[in-house]
Design a protein around this ligand. Structure first.
Ligand SMILES: C[S@@+](CC[C@H](N)C(=O)[O-])C[C@H]1O[C@@H](n2cnc3c(N)ncnc32)[C@H](O)[C@@H]1O
Length: 331
């Protein structure tokens, strides 16, 4: 076995290799994103999901002026588009670049880049979280965005695996041909494009994804890690089993864990050895069943009352539903 190959011992888990090989299932590469992307075959990737460096002068980046930063990113985006399959998607997760107190929302700049290259925006997802710096000369920033682009109109999209339980599944049609029948979908409702992270969110019908901070079970030493759950939703909705998920700036490997968890092939790259080692270790821990992960779409608040109850028709087993112990495995 070569030094860079990670074997998972006795388990039936696949090896983790360093160079892209379409026959493999897990590729983890240490190096420059652009160089790595150039080694990938065209149209081979179902989903590129990543949070690129924001040019904030974090320990892994050298801060430059915003135009040079974007120019550099454009070369990476050209490669990202080349490797994405015609039915594929690109999820670009960004926040703000801030210079002398002036805020540059990076998604505004990135939108123009992707749009001029012919991609179509399908959602601009707001990921809201509750932690962060407290500002004194402007309102404290508490959200980032995910721009979800597709190459074409025939893109893969599966809503059922990412539906979330409705707050009031017991609602019924009150008139018309279906009067008296349950009006909701037994598998839950569309999770919307607003993914929030404070405790009362369940009541406000939004997704709950905690920001990855020190108290979070997934936290590593990476300064800008996103939760596995964030990537999981994109993986489940935008890809099929055995397809490739790529994160060219994989950090602590959250996108890769999300893909592996749901039977996708995954490829990740990061220039920092320390993060690549964390990624490999987290993958190993996942296969050994000791990686702490927050469960996908965990319900935080259960309202009470008649319309909060699951309709009896669903409970009787006539239809698979997403509520209670009869919840089907829909991964
Ligand atoms: C925002 S972080 C990604 C965090 C990741 N989503 C996670 O959950 O851990 C960006 C990552 O890009 C890496 N990076 C920065 N410039 C890079 C480059 N030119 N090539 C490859 N990786 C780079 C950094 O080391 C950092 O880990």
């Amino acid at each position: 076995m070569e030094a860079h190959q990670l074997s998972f011992g006795e388990s039936s888990a696949p090896n983790c290799v360093e160079h892209f090989d379409s026959q493999q299932r897990i590729v983890v590469h240490q190096g420059e994103a652009l160089d790595f992307l150039k080694t990938l075959p065209s149209e081979s990737i179902a989903l590129v999901i990543t949070s690129p460096p924001y040019n904030l002068g974090k320990e892994y980046e050298r801060r430059k002026d915003v135009l040079s930063y974007l120019q550099e990113q454009e070369a990476v985006i050209d490669e990202v588009i080349r490797v994405t399959s015609p039915k594929g998607s690109i999820c670009w997760q960004v926040g703000n670049f801030v210079e002398d107190g002036e805020v540059f929302p990076l998604d505004i700049f990135y939108y123009d880049i992707f749009k001029k290259k012919g991609l179509k925006l399908r959602n601009r997802i707001i990921w809201r979280y509750s932690h962060g710096m407290h500002m004194s000369r402007r309102f404290s920033g508490r959200y980032e965005t995910i721009l979800w682009f597709t190459r074409g109109d025939g893109y893969t999209f599966h809503l059922d695996p990412v539906r979330v339980p409705a707050k009031y599944p017991g609602k019924r049609h009150y008139k018309g041909p279906h009067k008296g029948e349950p009006s909701g979908n037994p598998l839950g409702k569309n999770p919307s494009d607003f993914w929030e992270v404070v405790a009362h969110d369940w009541e406000e019908e939004v997704w709950y994804i905690p920001n990855v901070k020190a108290a979070h079970p997934e936290k590593t030493i990476h300064p800008c890690q996103y939760p596995v759950e964030l990537a999981e939703r994109c993986v489940l909705a935008l890809t099929n089993e055995d397809e490739w998920v790529l994160d060219p700036y994989c950090g602590a490997g959250s996108s890769l864990i999300a893909g592996i968890k749901h039977g996708r092939r995954v490829a990740g790259c990061d220039k920092e050895e320390v993060y690549i080692n964390i990624t490999r270790e987290r993958i190993r821990a996942f296969f050994e069943g000791r990686l702490p992960l927050r469960p996908l779409g965990r319900q935080l608040y259960q309202p009470t009352g008649k319309v909060a109850r699951v309709p009896i028709e669903w409970e009787q087993g006539a239809v698979p539903h997403a509520y209670g112990s009869a919840r089907p495995e829909i991964t």
